[in-house]
Design a protein around this ligand. Structure first.
Ligand SMILES: Cc1cc2nc3c(=O)[nH]c(=O)nc-3n(C[C@H](O)[C@H](O)[C@H](O)COP(=O)(O)OP(=O)(O)OC[C@H]3O[C@@H](n4cnc5c(N)ncnc54)[C@H](O)[C@@H]3O)c2cc1C
Ligand SMILES: NC(=O)c1ccc[n+]([C@@H]2O[C@H](COP(=O)([O-])OP(=O)(O)OC[C@H]3O[C@@H](n4cnc5c(N)ncnc54)[C@H](O)[C@@H]3O)[C@@H](O)[C@H]2O)c1
Length: 459
C-alpha cells in the first residue's frame, strides 16, 4: 500500500515535534504533523518557557529586597552604601571566625593566637618565645600576594586590602588577568567604581579553555570594565589625586587606587625552615610527596604553601587526608588530576573541570561538543550575553575529558557535572541522562553532534 507519509504526528508539542524532526531530518522518513493550536505546544506556548520567564520577572522585588541587605538603595541610581556593606561584612566575618574557633576548640584543639616558626624537626616557637614540641608538624601557612618588581609598587594595594577599604575608590586600576584580577574588576565595576584592568596578554584567564577565555574577556568589556590588553605597568608615582601609573606603551594615568593581582607566592619565608631540612622549590613552594610529607619525615605541608592546586577545597582535602593517614590509621591520598573550579564573574561565571580543548588536542583525538547560545533570561531582557556548554570527549573511549561552562551560576553547574566526570563518565552516560527543562545546563545532555573533531596530525 502506498502511504502519503511514513509517519504522521498528531500534536506539535515537545514529543511530537522531536519525533517528527528526527524521523524526517535524521532518518529520511516522510513525516506529516498536525497541530490544532500553536506549534511548540504546552511547553513553549503555555508552560515551561513563559512560566520560567515569569519566574525571572517575579524575582525582581525579592532581589531588590535582598540587595538592600547588601547596601544598595536604588541600584539604577548607583546608590551603594559601602560603609553599610563593610559593617555587615565585618560582622559576618567575625561570626565565621568565631565558628571556626569554636569548632576547633570543641574538637579539643588548643589555639595559640601568635605567629609560629620552626626551631627543628619537632619543635616550634611562638612569637612570645614559648616553645612546643610535637611528633608531627603540619605547615599550612598558605600564600601571599606577589607584586612584580616595578619602581613605586609599594603605592599599590593587594587583594587583602580590598576587604578593608574605608571608602570605595572613584577610579581604580587592576593589574593582571588571572582569577583575582577578573573577579575584582567585576566586583569594583559592579559597585560603581570606574575600573581599568591592564593585562599584558591578549585574553584574560591564561590556562583556561580558549573559547571560554574569549567569552570572559568579552564579558569584562561588555559590563563596562575598561580592559586594556597587551599593556603592563612600568612604574608608579605618588601624585596629587592618588597614584600615577606609567605603562609600557609610553602612556601614564592617574588612579585613586591600584591593585596588584599578579599571582601569589607560597608563604614559606621567615618560617624557620632554614633550621630544618625541608626542601623547597625555586618559588618557595614546600616539596611534598603524595602523602603531603616533606623531605623531613616528621614535617608535612598542605595547601597553597605546596603550590599544587591552589584552591580551598583542595587544601581542605589535603589536610583531611593527612590527618586520616597519620592519626586515623586510614591512609588516604588526594587526587589532584581532576579538580573543578569556578571564576566568579558577572553575569556569567566560568566553571571548569578537566582538560581544556587545547590540552585535549595535545593529548590526541578529541570530539568537541560545544553549544554557544543566548540564555533565556538575559535574551528576553534584550541582552546579547552568551552562554557556553562544552564537553570534550575521547572518540576512542567515549570518556568525557573536560567540561567548560560559561554562564550564570556556572559554579553551581560545574559542581554537579564534576561528579560524573570524576567517576569517569562517558558521553553515552551524559546522553542517557534525562534533561531538566528549561535550564541552560540541559545542553550538557542534549548535544548530539560534535561541533568539531580534532585528530592528531591535523593542522
Ligand atoms: C582574593 C582571593 C579569592 C579566592 N577565591 C577562591 C575561591 O573562590 N575558591 C577557592 O577554592 N579558592 C579561592 N582562593 C584560594 C584559597 O583562598 C586558597 O587556596 C586557600 O585559602 C588555601 O588554604 P591554605 O590552608 O593553604 O592557606 P590559608 O587559607 O591562606 O591559611 C593559612 C593561614 O596560616 C596563617 N599563617 C601563615 N603563616 C603563619 C605562621 N608562621 N604562624 C601562624 N600562622 C600562620 C595565615 O594567617 C592564614 O590564616 C582565593 C584566594 C584569594 C586571595
Ligand atoms: N574563584 C577561585 O577559585 C579563585 C579566586 C581567586 C583566587 N584564586 C586562587 O588564587 C590564585 C592567585 O590568583 P591571582 O589572580 O593573583 O594569580 P594568577 O596566577 O591567576 O594570575 C596572575 C596574573 O598576573 C599577571 N602577571 C604576573 N606577573 C606579571 C608582571 N610582571 N607584569 C604584569 N602582569 C603580571 C599574570 O599574567 C596573570 O594574569 C589563583 O591561581 C587561584 O588558585 C582562586
Amino acid at each position: 500500500m502506498n502511504f502519503d507519509y511514513d509517519l504522521f504526528v498528531i500534536g506539535g508539542g515537545s514529543g511530537g515535534v522531536r519525533a517528527a524532526r528526527i524521523a524526517a531530518g535524521e532518518h529520511g522518513a516522510r513525516v506529516g504533523l498536525a497541530e490544532e493550536s500553536r506549534m511548540g505546544g504546552t511547553c513553549v506556548i503555555r508552560g515551561c518557557v513563559p512560566k520560567k520567564l515569569m519566574i525571572f520577572a517575579s524575582n525582581a522585588p525579592m532581589m531588590a529586597d535582598e540587595m538592600r541587605g547588601y547596601g544598595w538603595g536604588d541600584a539604577n541610581a548607583h546608590q551603594f552604601d559601602w560603609a553599610a556593606f563593610r559593617n555587615k561584612l565585618d560582622t559576618e566575618l567575625n561570626r565565621l571566625e568565631a565558628a571556626y574557633t569554636t569548632n576547633a576548640e570543641r574538637a579539643g584543639v588548643e589555639i595559640h593566637r601568635q605567629r609560629a616558626k620552626l626551631v627543628d624537626h619537632h619543635t616550634v616557637s611562638l612569637a612570645d618565645g614559648t616553645r612546643f614540641t610535637a611528633k608531627h608538624i603540619l605547615i599550612a601557612v598558605g600564600g601571599r600576594p606577589a607584586k612584580i618588581g616595578i619602581p613605586g609598587e609599594e603605592l599599590g594595594l593587594i587583594s587583602d586590602d580590598l576587604f578593608l577599604l574605608d571608602e570605595l575608590p572613584r577610579r581604580a586600576l587592576l593589574i593582571g588577568g588571572g582569577f583575582i584580577a577578573c573577579e575584582f574588576a567585576t566586583i569594583l565595576n559592579g559597585l560603581g567604581v570606574q575600573t581599568v584592568q591592564a593585562y599584558r596578554g591578549d585574553a584574560v584567564l591564561r590556562g583556561f579553555d580558549t573559547e571560554a577565555r574569549e567569552m570572559a574577556t568579552q564579558q569584562l568589556s561588555d559590563i563596562g570594565v575598561d580592559l586594556r590588553l597587551g599593556l603592563a605597568p612600568t612604574r608608579m608615582d605618588k601624585s596629587e589625586g592618588g597614584v600615577t601609573v606609567s605603562f609600557d606603551d609610553g602612556s601614564s594615568e592617574e588612579f585613586d587606587a591600584v591593585f596588584f593581582a599578579t599571582g601569589r607566592d607560597p608563604y614559606s619565608w621567615d618560617l624557620g625552615l632554614e633550621n630544618t631540612e625541608v626542601r623547597r622549590r625555586k618559588n618557595g613552594a614546600i616539596e611534598v610527596d603524595q602523602w603531603s610529607q616533606t623531605s623531613v619525615p616528621s614535617i608535612f605541608a598542605v595547601g597553597d604553601v605546596t603550590d599544587r592546586v591552589n584552591l580551598t577545597p583542595v587544601a581542605i582535602r589535603e589536610g583531611h587526608a593527612f590527618a586520616d593517614t597519620i592519626f586515623g590509621g586510614h591512609a588516604r591520598k588526594v587526587n589532584h588530576d581532576v579538580v573543578a573550579s569556578a571564576v566568579y564573574l558577572r553575569p556569567a561565571e566560568l566553571g571548569t573541570i578537566g582538560l581544556t580543548e587545547e590540552q585535549a588536542r595535545e593529548r590526541g583525538a578529541v570530539d568537541v561538543y560545544s553549544a554557544v547560545f543566548r540564555p533565556m533570561r538575559s535574551m528576553f531582557a534584550g541582552s546579547n550575553s552568551r552562554t557556553m556548554m562544552k564537553l570534550l570527549v575521547d572518540p576512542d573511549t567515549d570518556k568525557v575529558l573536560g567540561c567548560h561552562i560559561f554562564g550564570p551560576e556556572a559554579g553551581e553547574m560545574i559542581q554537579l557535572a564534576a561528579i560524573p566526570i570524576t567517576m569517569g563518565a562517558t558521553k553515552a552516560d551524559f546522553d542517557a541522562t534525562m534533561a531538566v527543562h528549561p535550564t541552560a545546563a540541559e545542553e550538557l545532555v542534549t548535544m548530539r553532534q560534535p561541533s568539531r573533531r580534532h585528530r592528531p596530525g591535523e593542522a
